[in-house]
Structure formats: structure tokens, C-alpha cells
Design a protein around this ligand. Structure first.
Ligand code: COA
Ligand code: AMP
Length: 635
């Protein structure tokens, strides 16, 4: 039962944010200590610790080496797909990072310059991120599963001076060559980087072109002189991380330096129950926000050991992979997505692999990235006998909005709920009229401003979209884009996106990007993509296309060819992670009289719900014809 520690802390964080976060800032080493905690003079553009100066890389590496952790493992690289295991101490990780920062500096990278990182789960990706932080340069990591078009859009927006990449990634059943994707993306983008640094991997070395440089050559001890930490303002950007909106144009979530460091450091003991010296295994990817925060920055800022795992929950080689990693490194906290547990459950429902491993070091399991369904929660809890903590957050926030604050007070768990708002988050549910909804009433989940430190201060180069996309709907509140309710005990339940953003196997994807790929097919007149429930990946995209007049839509072989081409197009343009397998050719799409496709209504029908059909529907007959197709959800 609650002893009130959480309630007291949460109340204080809202009543006195400056006192609360000013205190939390003590755990970060500042070059110039901030005298102001929060500048709230220009809402919704809040600035945390505006006059503080620091270096995030110093806080993640140097200070631990100076403070006695030089020989402690900072990072265990575990790669079942390549058969590699390697441990880097804090001293070794610092040495590599300082040298790669020297390499970037010698390539002309200075404070504020962007460096795009397109890499698989290799230690060099972490080194590149931290090297940018060391120079005050802004990294932008792009997930390796994205195809050239998505990469090109990010290159054009971030305009990086240098791109750091690898020759290939290694997936369980195939080697994915990154270099041709990179070359194609640069060919498509208007902005051209000055240099590409390429890590050659033996599984598929790449041919290097004129602007390409070889990682190993540059990093040769005789070639690379280490760079020192460059002081930055707390409000200076640490990174840009692109995430999917509803349109095809990705949003460049900007992260500041000081606020992020303070917030992440606070979460490690409070939310993840971890102290310096503990071991965290976050089985995500450095290309996602979960990877930025809990593979790289938070564990290292805390002096923990992080595990960088290049593999999958199953198939590398089996469903015991996570338990093997826990045993090998004495992992204390395991963090992954519910879909990974569903994968393990599917292969090994009786957890026989788990019995083969000693997981006694494991204290707590954390799941995030998508809704944790009660079945998966119960299974994970039963087989591991560990607390399974659902935590809800977004690329925008950088750290959990809601969780069970195990380090403050472990609250009773309600399956299906990520428990309660974390420090600094004043979460409310608003109905369509903008009124606060009562307990158990579903509505839009919003956070009253200001948001706590570490959350995005704006979108890169796009203050306008920041305001219109997140703060215009309900002035004074941040619109999360998720819907849900708060129950009579103050527990939050997050039920899913209220917009058209997809969540496939914990990967956030844009309907707009997938639609753009479909619409680019010469036979397609118009199309719509919606997310439909899937028992394994949580959600799967489904495409509906109307063919141009003149295409013989009655000919089965023509239809089959077009569908196969469309599936391939999405894979080639957006990436394999989009996992679009089902496309239906239909006669028409339901629209409002002003021409807006009724995706929400389609989603509701496909999910087996009673749809809310707007009175402005143009032609009810089109929807009636489509309904059986939508109901025939193959998953
Ligand atoms: N580079 C290149 N290709 C990639 C890739 C990468 N970094 N990551 C995934 N892909 C490819 C996969 O190889 C797969 O290709 P295929 O269609 O040829 O098999 C495709 O993208 C789909 O990948 P994925 O969604 O990962 O499905 P999967 O069936 O291979 O694996 C899970 C399913 C559940 C094991 C996996 O999705 C998973 O671990 N999800 C957790 C997600 C996560 O950590 N999210 C972050 C929030 S915590
Ligand atoms: P991303 O920005 O990629 O982290 O995706 C954020 C989105 O994932 C959120 O807006 C939610 O829709 C979903 N999400 C993440 N974590 C959870 C969770 N614990 N419960 C429900 N949905 C979640």
C-alpha cells in the first residue's frame, strides 16, 4: 500500500518545480552552476537551467574516470549475430570517444554542427554519439531499419556536416548493406555532407567513394589526437531525433543538454531503481529514444554499466537470449518492449529457456514503447517472478511521463496501467470540449505546462510546427497524441494514439510516409493506410488503394502484381520495419465532403469497434462497401 512518499514527491515537483529540479541538478557536474532553474518567460518555450554550462560527455565519462570508475565496465557489447562479446571500461570508452571527437574536430565539426549517425547496434555508434556531445556538436541518429527515402528526408532537415555510418548491419537471417542505402539517400537529398566516416564490418565491407573515410584508418592511434570537452550552455542542443508524425515529414525532436542530463540522472534511482555500479540492459536500438536515453545517456551519466545488445529476443539463437545476457553480465534492470516479450512467449510459453539461466541479479523488468497488454504483463510476471513495470513515454519527452516509481515507493500494479505521472508531469484528461474529464472517462491525455526538464524545448528549425502540433489544441497544455483515462485511484491508462501515428512492434511509424510510398506507384489514384490490432506486433499497417482509371482492376493477375509491387515499394522507400504486408485494392475510400479520408472511422471498423461516422461523410455507400473488407482483418 502507498506510504505517501510518491504523492509527496509528485506534489512538490508540481508546486515547486524550481526547488525540485534545482535539487536534482546537484547530481550533475556543471562548469558554471545555474543560478536560474526555469525560465518561463516565453511559453510554451520553457528553458531549464538557462545560465548553466556543462558538457554532457564529461558527465557521462570523464567524471567517472576521475572519480574512481576508470576500470569499471561502462559498456558490454554483446552481439550474438556476429558472435562477438567485448567489454569497454570507462577509461577505454573515454579514450575512444575523445579520439573520435578528435577525428570529427579534424573534419571541421565544431559546436552546433550536426552529425548524422546511421549505424547498427555497434559500440562505435555510442562512441560517435558521445564524441559529438564532447564537441558540443548535435548528433542525429537514424534507425538502421529506415530506407533511403526516410534517411534522405532526415539528411535534408538536419543538414549534417559529417555522416557516420557502417558498411552493414547484421539481422538474424541476412546482412543488410547500409552503404548503398546511404549513397542512395545522399543522391536523393539536396544537402550533401562533406564527409562520410564508414565503419567497415567484415560481414560486408563497402566500397568507399570520394567523400568516404575509413573509421579504422582515422582512429589509428597515430592519426587521432584526442579532443577535450567543449563547454556548452545548458540550453544548447545535444541531439535531434526524428520521429514520425502524421504527415510524411518527420519531426526533428530537439533535446537540450542540461535539462536532459538532470532529468535522466534523476530517473535512474527513482524509476529504474539503479545506483552507480549497477547494470542496465536496455534491449532497444540506439536509433530510438529509448536507446538514446537508457542504452546510452542515463546509465553512463549515473556510472552504471550498460549492455549494448546486437540481437533479437528470439532467433539469436533462441528465446533464452535475454536470460543469457542477464546471467552473463549480472543485469539488474532489463528494459524492452512488450512485443519482445510476446515474441519470447510465442516461442517458449513455458519459459523453459529461462530455467536454464541464473537470473538472480535481475531485480526489475521495464516495458515501454507500446501498450503493455494485461496478458503479456501477467505472463512476464509469472515466469520471471519479478516486478514488471510499464512505463509510458515518447520521443518528445525523452523519459517516462508515467511509471511506477520503484526507487521512491513501489506502488501496487494495475495491469494495463503505466501507474502514475512522474515528477513534473501534471497529467490531465480533457474531453472534446477541452474540459477536464472525470475518473474513468476517456479523453485526450495532456500535460499542463511547464513540462519538466529533458522534454523537447522545440522542433529543430521549426518553432511554428512545435506550437501548432503540440500546444495549439489546448492552450497551456502539451497534447501527447495519446488517448486514455485516469481511474479513481489516480492510475493512468493509455489506450493508444488519437492521431494517425502507427506503432508497429514498438516502432513509431508515420501513415503519411507509407501512404507516400503507395501513392508513388504509377497505377495508384489514391490510398489510405491505417493501423490494425495485431496480437504479436501490437499493431500492423494495412493499405487500401484505389487504382487509376484505365487499369484493369478486374484482372486477378494485374491486382496481384500491383499488390506485390506496392508491398515492395514500402519496404524500399520506408524500410523493412514498416512491415506492410496487406494491401487491398478497393473501389473508393470514405471521405468527408471536404475530401478528408476517414481513417479513424476505418480504424475503428477494422478493430471491431462500433465506428463513429461523422455527419459530414460524403457517401455512406462507399463506407458500407468497404466495411466487410475492413472487418476481414487477417491478423
Ligand atoms: N536494420 C535493418 N533492418 C532492420 C533493422 C535494422 N536495424 N531492424 C529491423 N529490421 C528489419 C528486420 O530484419 C525485418 O526484416 P524482414 O521483414 O526481412 O524479416 C523487418 O525490419 C521487421 O523487423 P522487426 O519489426 O524487428 O520484426 P522482427 O520480426 O524481425 O522481430 C521483434 C520482431 C518483436 C523481435 C522485434 O520487433 C523487437 O525486438 N521489437 C522491439 C522493438 C523495440 O525495442 N522498440 C523500441 C522501444 S523499447
Ligand atoms: P516513441 O516516440 O517512438 O517512443 O513512441 C511513443 C508512443 O508509443 C506513445 O505516444 C504511445 O502511443 C506509445 N507508447 C509508448 N510507451 C507506451 C506505454 N507504456 N503504454 C502505451 N503506449 C505507449
Amino acid at each position: 500500500m502507498s506510504n505517501g512518499a510518491y504523492a509527496t514527491l509528485h506534489e512538490q515537483s508540481l508546486r515547486d518545480p524550481e526547488g525540485f529540479w534545482g535539487q536534482a541538478a546537484e547530481d550533475i557536474d556543471w562548469i558554471t552552476r545555474p543560478t536560474t532553474v526555469l525560465d518561463a518567460s516565453n511559453p510554451p518555450f520553457y528553458r531549464w537551467f538557462p545560465d548553466g554550462r556543462l558538457n554532457v560527455c564529461y558527465n557521462a565519462l570523464d567524471r567517472h574516470v576521475i572519480g574512481g570508475r576508470a576500470d569499471q565496465a561502462a559498456l558490454h557489447y554483446d552481439s550474438p549475430v556476429t558472435g562477438t562479446k567485448k567489454t569497454y571500461t570507462y577509461a577505454e570508452l573515454l579514450d575512444l570517444t575523445a579520439r573520435f571527437a578528435g577525428v570529427l574536430r579534424d573534419l571541421g565539426v565544431t559546436k552546433g554542427d550536426r552529425v548524422l549517425i546511421y549505424m547498427p547496434m555497434v559500440p562505435e555508434a555510442v562512441v560517435a554519439m558521445l564524441a559529438c556531445a564532447r564537441l558540443g556538436a548535435v548528433h542525429s541518429v537514424v534507425f538502421g531499419g529506415f530506407a533511403p527515402q526516410e534517411l534522405a528526408a532526415r539528411i535534408d532537415d538536419a543538414a549534417p556536416k559529417v555522416i557516420v555510418s557502417a558498411s552493414c548491419g547484421v539481422e538474424p537471417r541476412r546482412v543488410v548493406e547500409y552503404k548503398p542505402f546511404l549513397d542512395e539517400a545522399i543522391r536523393r537529398s539536396e544537402h550533401k555532407p562533406e564527409h562520410c566516416v564508414v565503419l567497415q564490418r567484415e560481414q560486408a565491407p563497402a566500397e568507399l567513394g570520394e567523400r568516404d573515410l575509413d573509421w579504422a584508418t582515422l582512429m589509428h592511434p597515430d592519426a587521432a589526437a584526442p579532443a577535450e570537452c567543449v563547454p556548452v550552455q545548458s540550453t544548447d542542443p545535444l541531439y535531434i531525433l526524428y520521429t514520425s508524425g502524421t504527415t510524411g515529414k518527420p519531426k526533428g525532436i530537439l533535446r537540450d543538454s542540461g535539462g536532459y542530463a538532470v532529468a535522466l540522472r534523476w530517473t535512474m534511482p527513482a524509476v529504474y531503481g539503479l545506483e552507480p555500479g549497477d547494470v542496465m540492459f536496455c534491449a532497444s536500438d540506439v536509433g530510438w529514444v529509448v536507446g538514446h536515453s537508457y542504452i546510452v545517456y542515463a546509465p553512463l551519466l549515473t556510472g552504471c554499466t550498460t549492455v549494448l545488445y546486437e540481437g533479437k529476443p528470439i532467433g539469436t539463437p533462441d528465446a533464452g537470449a535475454f536470460w543469457r545476457v542477464v546471467e552473463d553480465y549480472g543485469v539488474n534492470s532489463l528494459f524492452t518492449a512488450p512485443t519482445a516479450f510476446r515474441a519470447i512467449k510465442k516461442e517458449d510459453s513455458r519459459a523453459e529457456h529461462l530455467a536454464e539461466h541464473d537470473i538472480s541479479s535481475l531485480r526489475t523488468i521495464y516495458l515501454a514503447g507500446e501498450r503493455l497488454d494485461p496478458d503479456t504483463y501477467h505472463w512476464a510476471t509469472d515466469v520471471t517472478s519479478r516486478p514488471v513495470i510499464d512505463n509510458w513515454w515518447q520521443t518528445e519527452t525523452g523519459w517516462p511521463i508515467a511509471a511506477n516509481p520503484v526507487g521512491i515507493e513501489r506502488l501496487p500494479i494495475k495491469p494495463g496501467s503505466p501507474t502514475v505521472p512522474m515528477a513534473g508531469y501534471d497529467i490531465q484528461i480533457l474531453d472534446e470540449m477541452g474540459n477536464v474529464a472525470g475518473p474513468n472517462h476517456e479523453g485526450s491525455i495532456v500535460a499542463k505546462l511547464p513540462l519538466p526538464p529533458g522534454t523537447f524545448p522545440t522542433l529543430f528549425n521549426d518553432d511554428e510546427r512545435y506550437v501548432s502540433g503540440y500546444f495549439a489544441a489546448y492552450p497551456g497544455y502539451y497534447l501527447t497524441g495519446d488517448g486514455g483515462y485516469i481511474d479513481e485511484d489516480g492510475y493512468l491508462f493509455v489506450m493508444g494514439r488519437t492521431d494517425d501515428v502507427l506503432n508497429v512492434a514498438g516502432h513509431r511509424l508515420s501513415t503519411g510516409s507509407i501512404e507516400a510510398a503507395l501513392a508513388g506507384h504509377p497505377d495508384v489514384a489514391e490510398c489510405a493506410v491505417i493501423g490494425v490490432p495485431d496480437s504479436f506486433k501490437g499493431e500492423l499497417p494495412r493499405g487500401f488503394v484505389v487504382l487509376k482509371a484505365g487499369v484493369d482492376a478486374d484482372d486477378e493477375s494485374v491486382r496481384e502484381r500491383i499488390v506485390a509491387e506496392l508491398v515492395k515499394r514500402v519496404r524500399d522507400e520506408v524500410g523493412a520495419v514498416a512491415a506492410l504486408k496487406q494491401v487491398d485494392i478497393v473501389d473508393g475510400l470514405p471521405k468527408t465532403r471536404s475530401g478528408k479520408i476517414l481513417r479513424k472511422t476505418m480504424r475503428e471498423i477494422a478493430a471491431g469497434k462500433t465506428p463513429v461516422v461523422p455527419s459530414t461523410i460524403e457517401d455512406q455507400g462507399v463506407l458500407d462497401t468497404l466495411t466487410p473488407v475492413l472487418r476481414a482483418n487477417q491478423s
